[in-house]
Design a protein around this ligand. Structure first.
Ligand SMILES: [Zn+2]
Length: 155
């Protein structure tokens, strides 16, 4: 199992110089990010994050789903985050299928929440956070461009 061995060995190396065991639970920079699980996105790198800085909530599409909202409510109310950044990205897999197609193909009734308009999807997620009245005045939406590594503000 080379992948298993690889991650164990990488972790061993990480833990060797580890000196962040004292960090408090609340994010030091007081913000939360909702973004896609896409492997090309490394929020710690493109947002300049260190351990302990921010909450990063990831799912397929970077959507503010019921479960993402659950995490945001905890993040804001219990752990003090004040700003929310919703970050979708170009070339997202969620632009490539329909809910009906995938349900049919996989024989499931799971709601996959695909979308056809990237910017509109980000705006809808931002609106969902605003309507939930958590962090309502400080919610921002971006599209991360996998081609350039840059963020484009859309909401
Ligand atoms: Zn994606």
């Amino acid at each position: 199992m080379p992948v298993l061995e690889d991650i164990q060995s990488a972790n061993e190396e990480y833990a060797t110089d580890f000196d962040k065991g004292h960090l408090p639970m609340p994010p030091g920079r007081k913000f939360a990010v909702v973004t896609c699980m896409d492997a090309r996105l490394d929020p710690a790198k493109f947002l300049g994050l260190e351990e302990g800085d921010a909450h990063v909530i990831r799912n397929a599409g970077g959507l503010v789903t019921d479960d993402a909202l659950r995490s945001l409510v905890i993040s804001h109310n219990l752990l003090g985050t004040q700003d929310v950044f919703v970050i979708a990205h170009t070339d997202c897999g969620m632009l490539t299928f329909s809910n009906d197609e995938l349900q049919e193909q996989l024989g499931t009734d799971i709601e996959f929440h695909p979308f056809s308009d990237l910017d509109e999807s980000v705006r809808a997620s931002v609106e969902r956070v605003r309507e939930s009245s958590i962090c309502s005045d400080s919610v921002h939406g971006f599209v991360y461009e996998v081609e350039t590594g840059r963020l484009r503000e859309v909401a």
